[in-house]
Design a protein around this ligand. Structure first.
Ligand code: TXA
Ligand code: MG
Length: 332
């Protein structure tokens, strides 16, 4: 199958709508990462998403809708705090999990009685979703467990030949996936950290907890039990206090004939001398936006990524550290 990449205009949207209505998949941009979309009412089309990505079939998908879509068609029991959060942060990188009305295909939530709903703020995503006026089930548009895509080229690298169309909306400004928030309880619980932070949610909802998977417990968000965001080369993560160790590791890899690269923020990059370096930038927002592109550049041009924990802490860095740890393993 030929995979086309088209900028978002009326012609591309008409083609995308034909493909989705015909039961096939289209990759589209959002403000976080690119998604691989299918009609959420069409079980065969949703099943194909899992096959195309090689995704485990117990890891549920998020449905994406445009900002005027009536959510009461899809979910029930929306608590007051969720209404307030939606007013404050949507459209935007916040996915909210509610009790499902069960009208979309059961394949979307892998049989769970809940449904994760996201209203992306990316203008191209809004145009695509409004043109369709359908809930679009979409995971990130990468091969399962690989680094998520933040450009049309990243999607093409992973999915060329497997999907007919990629809508090109440029580089994703956010760079890490949306915050996933369980809104089925009396208070909200973060299932996956992202750019809408715990502090931002607590400021509107009064409180907010972060769910962590305990040994032997069934995952409330099945995605959290899988390895993710892994580059196709070796990768390790050093604590910021252990920059010396990271530099020593680099020099050791080099002297053994390896092709290492340091991945770090701008402050740390100044201290790496003439070593090869992937500079993530000088603020938490820049670091989030460049992280996945840097991991992909690392695997393409180098043989071993030595990541150093950024100097910033808290807020959106919680989401960044969550992804970095999943990509590179725990801190050394
Ligand atoms: O930013 C994003 O969220 C991107 C863009 C494309 O919107 N999408 C994305 O999808 O990251 P995916 O499939 O890579 O991650 C979805 C996450 C998984 O961790 C999954 O377990 C969780 O959302 N999830 C989906 N439905 C759920 C549900 N009903 N209950 C709990 N967790 C759910
Ligand atoms: Mg994903």
């Amino acid at each position: 199958m030929e995979t086309r990449i088209l900028e978002i205009d009326d012609g591309a949207l008409a083609l995308a709508a034909d493909i989705i209505r015909g039961g096939c998949q289209v990759a589209f941009p959002t403000e976080t990462v690119y998604g691989l979309g299918a009609n959420a009412f069409d079980s065969a089309a949703v099943d194909s998403i899992f096959r195309i990505k090689g995704r485990p079939n117990d890891n549920p998908l998020i449905v994406h809708v445009h900002k005027d879509y009536d959510l009461s068609r899809l979910v029930r029991d929306v608590p007051d705090y969720a209404v307030k959060l939606a007013k404050a942060y949507l459209p935007g990188p916040l996915t909210m999990v509610y009790k499902s009305l069960g009208v979309v295909s059961p394949a979307v939530s892998c049989g769970l009685d809940t449904l994760a709903v996201r209203i992306p703020s990316h203008e191209g995503a809004q145009r695509f979703l409004r043109y369709l006026d359908l809930p679009v089930a979409a995971p990130s548009a990468n091969i399962s467990k690989h680094v998520s895509p933040t450009s049309a080229e990243h999607v093409y690298a992973d999915l060329q030949g497997r999907i007919p169309l990629i809508l090109d909306g440029g580089r994703c400004a956010g760079g890490i996936e949306s915050t996933v928030l369980d809104c089925t309880g009396d208070t909200p619980t973060i299932l996956r950290e992202g750019l809408i932070t715990r502090e931002m949610i607590a400021a509107v909802a009064g409180s907010c907890s972060v769910y962590t998977l305990k040994e032997g417990e069934a995952a409330r968000s099945p995605g959290m039990k899988y390895r993710h965001y892994t580059p196709d080369c070796g990768a390790v993560l050093y604590a910021k206090e252990n920059l010396f160790g990271a530099l020593e590791r680099y020099d050791g890899e080099l002297s053994r004939g390896g092709n290492p690269v340091i991945m770090c923020d701008n402050v740390t990059a100044e201290k790496t001398g003439d070593r090869s370096c992937l500079n993530l930038g000088s603020s938490p927002a820049e670091i989030a936006a460049s992280l996945y592109a840097a991991l992909r550049e690392g695997e393409r041009k180098f043989g071993f990524i030595i990541a150093v924990e950024p100097v910033f802490e808290g807020g959106e860095m919680d989401g960044v550290m969550n992804r970095l740890t999943k990509a590179c393993g725990s801190k050394i």
